[in-house]
Design a protein around this ligand. Structure first.
Ligand code: KG4
Ligand code: ZN
Length: 335
């Protein structure tokens, strides 16, 4: 079965064709047009600009995904599109295009939850985990823990009570003069820094809940900067490393706690923050100490892409069939 996946929930216009044979999926193409340069001018995503850019780019991106996969729209068996959560105007672009293609070719369309896409993205890897597993999905807009019981059953275990982890990276980046989005730049700066130099808070660490909070660490960095000014050179590296350590420590601690609470042996990472080198290393190291199998996707599968949407769409379609053409964007869709 060939599935075209379409992703327009935030600031990436992405499309991918995947082929699923005997339950194994692989991407034939994976095209991502990023809007980050445009939004960087404003220090964050401007929703109206995002919608307009998706509108301008979506058809060329779909064409490129079909070309790269050496296929045509007539050979697509299912159109899968992110229908939530995300920016409503941005989502609507993908949903309308997905529905229009499906209607024109008399093929099914299915609306996909963006976070389910991140939680399942690992199945596009060479050696994917078996179900069930705990998934940590940490991105710019969301941070949550899920119990992924099967390809069609995902249950929320906890989520952030305030900022998403990626949002904390982006806001701290802005404070120290980095362009949006700042996660990858902080990751790079932190490499030569001392993570123990400054003690930033780990919120809700002692509580048994599986929720997160990142507004405290962000405010702690702000207070530090107000007191000491913006550091340079090695000081800046230490600040980035210490902030990153606080976020990663919280993410890993809660993920391990989720594994113990559910009795699950497998842990999977997903979302843009899963591209963070310290998070990848710390989760692997502490997971192994606890006897867990930790699965870390390739960088390209962590950040927003159409392949994970195609894959999640395939599984949802196998489970419940397609959606009607009344499918709509659901900006606040919660699992
Ligand atoms: O999943 P994603 O591509 O888009 C959303 O659904 O939000 O995630 C983007 C987020 C941004 O906040 C970005 O700063 C963060 O992921 N990010 C990182 C890294 N690469 C991207 N955060 C920390 N370290 C990284 N290496
Ligand atoms: Zn995402």
């Amino acid at each position: 079965m060939r599935v075209l996946g379409l992703e327009t929930s935030c600031d990436e216009t992405a499309a991918s064709v995947i082929e699923v044979t005997d339950g194994r999926a692989h991407a034939l193409s994976d095209v991502v047009h990023s809007q980050v340069r445009m939004h960087a001018l404003y220090g964050g995503v401007v929703p109206e600009l995002a919608s307009r850019d998706h509108l301008a780019r979506v058809l060329p991106v779909v064409d490129e995904a079909l070309r790269e996969a050496k296929t045509t729209v007539d050979a697509i068996d299912l159109f899968a599109v992110t229908s939530g959560p995300g920016l409503v105007g941005a989502l609507l672009v993908g949903v309308q295009v997905g529905k229009a293609l499906a209607w024109a070719r008399q093929r099914p369309v299915i609306g996909v939850n963006h976070l389910t896409g991140h939680a399942l993205a690992i199945h596009l890897s060479e050696s994917p985990p078996e179900f069930p597993y705990v998934a940590l999905v940490a991105s710019g807009g969301h941070t949550a823990l899920y119990e992924v019981a099967s390809s069609s059953e995902t249950r929320a275990l906890g989520h952030t009570l305030d900022d998403a982890a990626g949002e904390a990276f982006d806001k701290v980046g802005k404070m120290i003069g980095l362009d949006y989005p700042a996660g990858a730049a902080i990751d790079r700066l932190a490499r030569t820094g001392d993570p123990a130099r400054f003690k930033f808070p780990r919120a809700l660490k002692m509580r048994s809940s599986l929720d997160f909070s990142f507004s405290g660490v962000k405010t702690a960095v702000l207070h530090h900067l107000q007191k000491h000014g913006r550091p340079e050179g090695p000081e800046l590296a230490d600040l980035c490393a210490s902030f990153q350590e606080a976020v990663c420590d919280s993410l890993v601690t809660k993920t391990l706690r989720a594994a113990f609470a559910t009795g699950l042996q497998r842990v999977v990472l997903g979302g843009g923050v899963a591209a963070n080198s310290r998070l990848r290393a710390l989760m692997t190291e502490r997971g192994a100490k606890e006897g867990l199998n930790v699965y870390v996707p390739a960088l390209r599968l962590c950040t927003d892409n159409g392949a994970m949407i195609a894959l999640a769409g395939y599984h949802a379609f196998s489970h419940r069939g397609g959606d009607l053409l009344t499918l709509n964007a659901d900006a606040a869709w919660r699992i």
